[in-house]
Every structure is written in C-alpha cells, then in structure tokens.
Design a protein around this ligand. Structure first.
Ligand code: ADP
Length: 323
C-alpha cells in the first residue's frame, strides 16, 4: 500500500485530532503517503483532498474538533454520490481509507462497499458510546468529564439556594452519558431512553430527599428520554412537588467540544496505530475496537446490525447511592 486517505465523518467530538495525528504518523512510519479528506463524505464526493505530513499534525493532539472538518452528506446516500467518491479515490491514487466515524458513517461505508471494492478500516467515535464492537469510542470519556464538571458547578449554585435542577445531557437514543455522569456527580435521579420514566417515582425520590433535608437535588435527563426532555419533565414534577425552587439547565453542544482527556488521547492514538497497521496488512471492511483492553476487529456489517448492550446494573448503583 503506497497511499491512504484519512477522513472524519458525521458528528464531531473531542479526540478526532488525536486520531488523525496517529493515522498520519503511523503511515509515515511505514513509508505510506497519506492524504486528508476535507469535510467528510462531502469532500470524498468532490475530491477535496490535502496531503498530510508529519508536521501537518504537530500540536493538534490536545485540540478539540477536527482539522479535516466533518459534515453530514445527503449526496453520499445516493448511488451517484458514492460513484463520484470512488472515482476521486482512484484518480488520486488512494489505495485504502481510514474512516473515523460513528454508526451512521459505518452504515454509509457499508453501502459504498457493497458497490465498490475498496479497502476501508474504521475507527469508532461517538460521545454516546453506543457503537457495538468496542468498549469505548473516541470522545465519550471527554464528554463525560465535561458533563460532570458542569454538574458540579450547577450543584454549587443549587446548594446555595436550596434548588432542584433538571440537567439535560446529550443522548438521543442512548443513556450512557446520563447514567455515568449521573453516578459521577451524585445525581438524585437519572432519566434515560432505555427505561420508562415514571413521574410518581421521581416525585417519591425527591420527597425522600426533602424529608432528609437535602439542600440541593439534581435530576439528570438524557435528551432522548421518553419524558420529552428536561423542560417537560420539570414542569410535570413542579405541579406535584413544590418544596424546592426548580430550574432547568440544558448543557447542549459544549459536550462535543474541548480538549480531549488523556484517556481519549491514548484511545485515539492506539486506534490510529492499529487501524493503519491492520489496513497495510490487508484488513478490509472492519472497525478497530477495544475490548477488555485488547485491540479487536469487527466487520462493519456486524457493527451496524448489532445493538450494544446497555449496562442497566448501573441504574441500581445510582438508585442505591441517591438515598
Ligand atoms: P455518525 O457517523 O456520527 O453516526 P451520521 O449518522 O450523521 O453520523 O452519518 C454520517 C453520514 O453517513 C451521513 O451524513 C451520510 O452521508 C452517511 N450515511 C449514513 N447512513 C447511510 C446510509 N444508509 N447509506 C449511505 N450513507 C449513509
């Protein structure tokens, strides 16, 4: 293999630059040329490539975002778009791709690979940590730490005023950020899409806290929870529980930004090295992952068709400790 391309697609998250750096440096280490694709699948379709050298990735390990930019692409969902992408890859002499993406990106590349024979290896990234085939995806640990730091600050103000806060965190389909950050910040209740939310149960927990003379209470709400989000559930609870002044805080996009934690930097670095070396060895149509601290390979087909198991036992930990 003489030349490979690296691309970041789908939603952004912290740690993408660390992965790009690792891919570039590992390629150069093995005397393989490397180009970056600008703006995800959009750049692939338009042939928007830039050569990358060792110093192109200097001083980016600690930076959030992605120097290659990322995008969502409607055109990649069309056969014509994918055909253009294949033509640009061949015209540029690219012989393999390292795709840093999430579930959607892997679904997209799976469709592409059904039509075009091309060596592709994936690196998982998502702040929701809901990709099958890896214990951890890039971005998750940083997002968790961002949320916990934010909730700690909210707790300070809640405690000063005897307030009840509903804090909405990211997670349209997955409650991983909510459950871990909830335990990590000592939340009184955690609402996630994986379980049915019962208002009477939440009111029960809050009443118990009030009787115990708690000076503040925090309820973490995953944005995709069936209650309809933090504002909606706060209103419902307020109509049945007025002992505390109630406020809502939606953390939003801050959860996608910031400097990656050391955990995410190391994870991205390990994934980058493994992805390039496996691609050179002939791996194709697979995603690198980390299971029990070992690098693994799982086919895109399996990744996109298998639901990652949610650690529901953590709900019990949260429940016991919220007394
Ligand atoms: P993520 O990779 O972060 O989960 P998205 O779900 O937005 O992000 O997917 C990224 C891109 O992958 C989409 O904008 C689209 O271009 C492509 N994609 C997703 N699903 C498909 C599909 N079934 N067929 C073709 N392309 C797809």
């Amino acid at each position: 293999m003489k030349k490979i391309a690296v691309i970041t697609t789908g939603g952004d998250c912290p740690g993408l630059n660390a992965a790009i750096r690792a891919v570039v440096r590992t390629s150069i280490y093995h005397q393989v040329e490397v180009v970056g694709v600008i703006r995800g699948y959009e750049g692939l379709i338009d042939g928007n490539f830039m050569p990358l050298y060792s110093n192109s990735v200097s001083n980016i390990l600690q930076r959030g975002g992605t120097i290659l930019k990322t995008a969502r692409s409607e055109r990649f969902k069309t056969k014509e778009g994918r055909q253009n992408a294949a033509e640009h890859l061949r015209a540029n002499g690219v012989e393999g791709i390292v795709l840093i993406g999430g579930d959607g990106s892997f679904r997209g590349i799976n469709t592409f690979l059904a039509e075009h024979s091309f060596p592709v290896i994936g690196i998982p990234k998502t702040i929701d940590n809901d990709i099958f085939g890896t214990d951890y995806a890039i971005g998750y640990d940083t997002a968790l730490n961002t949320v916990v730091q934010a909730v700690d600050k909210i707790r300070d103000t809640a405690d000063s005023h005897d307030r009840l806060f509903f804090v909405e965190v990211m997670g349209r389909d997955a409650g991983m950020i909510a459950i871990l950050s909830g335990i990590g910040s000592g939340a009184e209740a955690i609402l996630i899409p994986e379980t049915t939310t019962r208002v009477d149960q939440i009111v029960g927990i809050l009443n118990r806290g009030w009787e115990r003379k708690k000076t503040s209470m925090i309820v973490i709400v995953a944005e995709g929870d069936d209650s309809g989000g933090a504002y909606k559930i706060a209103e419902e609870v307020k109509s049945r529980f007025q002992q505390y002044d109630t406020r809502v805080s939606v953390l939003g996009h801050m959860q996608r930004g910031g400097s990656p934690t050391c955990f995410d930097r190391v994870l991205a670095s390990r994934f980058g090295v493994a992805a390039v070396e496996e691609l050179i060895k002939g791996a194709n149509g697979v995603m690198v992952g980390l299971i029990n601290n070992q690098i693994t390979l799982t086919s895109f087909e399996t990744v996109v068709s298998t639901q990652k198991q949610f650690p529901l036992d953590l709900m019990r930990v949260a429940e016991v400790l919220s007394l």
